[in-house]
Write a new protein. Structure first.
Length: 291
């Protein structure tokens, strides 16, 4: 099994080298500075722990107008033996068109021969197939601009996880929330809780990004939609995306297995007009201790 993983990781690094030669300009190809070195360290000593899954972004210019489209790539350790996680996004696309584009991209990649490197193929497919979606989106926007948009909708998602510890996962959560202009918080430890609020399409994209690949112990417990005739910013309960940490109980040491003080968390929720969420998340009514 280890030898097979090693072969797959070697192929992933070869593909990264190809992509770097295709996208040499600053900002075209983005990945974490330690991503490749961590894989190289594993290849030198395959008896150690597996490195984080390789994750990077490719910025593409589509059409004569050079519309910006970003291809987000997440590679399972066994890629190319198993399919990569790919997601194309553009500020020029509406949510439904972006969803359809990614559905077709996934279908195309699944039709390719397993075992073949396919990110370069995905890049070319996005370049060749995004333009019709952009044209349809522009036509829809022109029609929509003729009508008065009377109301906006704030979307708020309450997400529960058995635990949130890993540094790379927390970085992914915070980077994604910042990129999508979402406010809320991430409660680290056991249990882990995430709240995001903002535009519905941005919240749904956040949920799509963080729960792959196959985050088993995570669920969206509750969703709130609030309509307003003004700006959704007036409805936000949080002014930023906070790193929420409270006094921990349990083994804080080698096992990194610690429980958050849920009494402090309940107090935090009540301060943000969300005390009712405690029962939704944990199945019990929250009560503050008398001081």
């Amino acid at each position: 099994m280890a030898a097979t993983v090693k072969e797959c990781l070697e192929l992933q690094l070869l593909e990264v080298e190809m992509l770097l030669s295709m996208f040499p300009k600053r900002g075209e190809f983005s990945l974490d500075a330690d991503a490749v070195p961590s894989i190289q360290r594993y290849l030198r000593n395959a008896a150690g722990a597996l490195p984080p899954q390789l994750e990077y972004r490719i910025a593409l210019d589509v059409g004569e107008a050079k519309v910006k489209v970003e291809l987000q790539v997440l590679l399972p350790h066994m890629y190319p033996q198993v399919a990569p996680q790919l997601f194309a996004r553009s500020d020029a696309l509406h949510r439904q068109q972006q969803l359809e584009l990614n559905t077709r991209l996934t279908s195309h990649i699944s039709s390719l021969d397993p075992g073949d490197l396919c990110v370069c193929e995905a890049v070319q497919w996005v370049k060749d197939n995004t333009l019709p979606f952009l044209e349809n989106c522009q036509a829809s926007s022109e029609c929509a601009s003729k009508a008065v948009r009377a109301k906006e909708m704030l979307h708020r998602m309450w997400i529960y996880s058995h635990h949130i510890y890993r540094q790379e996962l927390r970085k992914k959560i915070f980077d994604c929330a910042k990129k999508l202009n979402l406010t809320g918080f991430c409660l680290t430890g056991k249990p882990g809780v995430i709240c995001v609020e903002g535009l519905q399409e941005n919240c749904e994209e956040f949920w799509h990004v963080i729960r792959y690949p196959n985050w088993k112990h995570i669920s969206c417990k509750h969703v709130e939609n609030i309509e307003t005739e003004g700006s959704i910013d007036n409805l936000r309960l949080f002014h930023s995306f906070e790193d929420l940490q409270f006094q921990a109980h349990g083994d804080y040491g080698l096992r990194n297995d610690y429980h958050m003080d849920l009494g402090q968390f309940l107090e935090f929720l009540k301060q943000h007009q969300s005390g009712h969420i405690f029962q939704i998340l944990f199945g019990v009514e929250g009560k503050l201790s008398d001081n």
